[in-house]
Design a protein around this ligand. Structure first.
Ligand SMILES: Nc1ncnc2c1ncn2[C@@H]1O[C@H](COP(=O)(O)OP(=O)(O)OP(=O)(O)O)[C@@H](O)[C@H]1O
Ligand SMILES: [Mg+2]
Length: 414
């Protein structure tokens, strides 16, 4: 195993007031009843990458409910990494910003505050799949765009900045058009906003196109390894992306600006902008059935989601030179025994530290000896031996069992 979190601390993070987990380089299996706090641990890990975590939560929703007003959450991890060796990464809701009424994340590497979140990707990548993502193919395109952009964050630290720049210019243009109308708004001001949008859109679309191409290649490689999940055909569709596939970037930029200019009357009436990278869609087909994912069965959709996620993990490993931390929330439950075993083998072959959750520890029996098993109940985490040697119901009563309550020392605020 090459990229390992050896120590994870959660402070005022959802149901956890203060926990510290010591880990070795094996996979981690978190099991416990519904509501115990399993997904919250994965969510904390997902905050070690840029963005809003695996629940796309508002930053202040994450702070433990019972914490005093003005409190903030923090997650801190000791990473034994391939590139920089031992590093401590901290993140959380910035207390100084919160005191001034703004909610932003603070990121610290070895105690030094970093500007923005993109520096996190220098040190590690985190890839996840959760049951909530089952909606990926059924809901609107915003969710899928976010999914693809999250993939890009792993390779391209500037992508978040481009998206923010584009969104800000789009919002400002929409406000002008709404308040003053297409004829009343200052044309020079509108043009300069459209220029910002066009420049950013070109970079966004180029990053998405190249990532989709690489993701497709990784999906095919995974499929050669095992075909337990359907082979996805992946595309990004949108005006800018389509234009970029046939014309040079400079021409597309000019054409897109012109499209925005001509679209002002329509956009003033309807709001937003009719075309642009904010409307592109990340499309996934089931290769075997030649069907779009939303027309596939529930099981096939789950399979496609797993295939795309594992392609993402393979892509990170290939491009970054180190495998991602992989978070699989409740993924074992819906697979038959053969698929489960094959999934575990595949996950191990990718080589990154993998965190898995489930309510039924027995499903993870094939991982005996290869994983650390942690039981969670009411936000209390206890280490236990693997399922095949456990009498689960008596786990806490058996004096012979090696059981260790994880310590609760106060983590450093990042
Ligand atoms: N901000 C918060 N403060 C305190 N508790 C919270 C906060 N947000 C969520 N919780 C609680 O955390 C608990 C654990 O949630 P989590 O999603 O981690 O459970 P889980 O073990 O994954 O359960 P399941 O098996 O149902 O998915 C829930 O009871 C939830 O109400
Ligand atoms: Mg859960």
């Amino acid at each position: 195993m090459s990229q390992t979190i050896t120590d994870l601390r959660l402070f005022r993070f959802r149901c956890y007031s203060d926990i510290s987990l010591k880990l070795d380089n094996r996979a981690i299996v978190l099991t416990g009843p519904n509501g115990a706090g399993k997904t919250n641990i994965l969510e904390a890990l997902s905050f070690l990458s840029p963005g809003r975590g695996l629940r796309q939560a508002a930053l202040d929703d994450v702070t433990q409910n019972s914490a005093a007003a003005g409190s903030t959450w923090a997650v801190s991890a000791a990473l034994d990494g391939m590139r920089y060796g031992k590093t401590r990464i901290g993140t959380g809701l910035d207390p100084a910003a919160l005191a001034k009424g703004s909610k932003k994340r603070i990121v610290k590497i070895d105690g030094d505050a970093r500007k923005g979140q993109s520096g996190l990707t220098e040190y590690l990548s985190v890839v996840w799949v959760t049951p909530q993502m089952d909606r990926l193919f059924l809901d609107g395109s915003a969710l899928r765009r976010r999914f693809l952009d999250q993939v890009i964050f792993n390779f391209d630290g500037a992508h978040l900045g481009r998206l923010n720049k584009y969104e800000k210019a789009l919002r400002e243009r929409s406000r002008l058009l709404r308040e003053r109308g297409a004829d009343g708004a200052d044309p020079a001001w509108l043009s300069s906003l459209e220029t910002v949008m066009a420049e950013a859109a070109l970079s966004i679309a180029a990053a998405r196109l190249i990532t989709v191409e690489r993701l497709q290649k990784a999906a095919i490689e995974n499929h050669l390894h095992t075909d337990i999940f359907p082979l996805p055909v992946i595309r990004i569709e949108g005006w800018v992306e389509k234009a970029l596939e046939k014309d040079p970037a400079l021409k597309v930029e000019e054409d897109f600006k012109e499209l925005l200019r001509r679209g002002r009357p329509r956009d003033a009436l309807v709001g937003g902008a009719e075309h642009g990278t904010h409307r592109s869609d990340f499309m996934v087909w089931h290769k075997g059935h030649s069907l779009l994912a939303d027309q596939c069965s529930t099981g096939e959709q789950k399979g496609l989601l797993m295939a795309v996620t594992l392609a993402h993990a393979r892509l990170v490993a290939a491009e970054r030179g180190f495998p991602p931390i992989l978070l699989l929330d409740e993924m074992a439950a819906h697979l038959d025994e053969y698929r489960r075993k094959t999934l575990f083998e595949m996950v191990f072959s990718l080589g990154g530290q993998c965190w898995m959750t489930g309510t039924d520890k027995e499903l993870f029996a094939p991982l005996q000896g290869q994983a650390q098993f942690l039981d969670i109940e009411n936000a209390a985490v206890t280490a236990s031996s693997s399922p095949a040697t456990d009498d689960f119901s008596a786990a806490t009563d058996n004096p012979d069992k090696e059981e260790e309550k994880e310590s609760g020392s106060c983590p450093q605020t990042p």
